[in-house]
Design a protein around this ligand. Sequence first.
Ligand SMILES: [Zn+2]
Length: 203
Amino acid sequence: MFTKHVVLVRQSIVLLENKMSKLLLLLLLQLLVVNAVAARTTAESRLRTVVVDSVVLHAIGGPFCKQGEVLFSAASGEGERWISFFARHEVLGIHYVIDRRGKVFSGIAENRVANHALGWNPSSIGIELVNRGDGKEAYTEVQIDALVELLTGVMSRYPEISKSSIVRHSDVDETKFECAGAAHKRKADPGVLFNYVDLLNRL
Ligand SMILES: [Zn+2]
């Protein structure tokens, strides 16, 4: 009876140890996953391996499908909100955010890769404009002035960038999403109210 009890106690200790080591293993795995995710965010973005030769222009807002209707996200708030959104985001990253007041916020350093446009990340600078990008909200004058100033600086630092390599996200991403049986462009930014021709003329 006594021996049996001891054996039982030993068995439960072994079980407990197994459970604890499983728990430890899980914790360790979790830590590794968290680190792997963190590695893709602002602080840990990787250094460039190719020459920077382009700029991709974005609007924060974008289309989505809700109950069979294409809606645009609100892009509410100013630059502080969005630069910290990208800093915390597990996958997405950005070099600059320019808000409606014309304030410029720096995110990922120019010499590091940011995840902002599929296929364009290794060699491009990403700039987000705080706007719905829905073709209804006008861009503010101060915002575009700030963009011209920022781009002038970027082009002086990276001579490989020419006017023709400053593109809109909508120019370089043709992926679609479905809404109410119809296909819609997923990346419509910066949208029809963004005066691209005028911008290039000012550079
Ligand atoms: Zn975009």
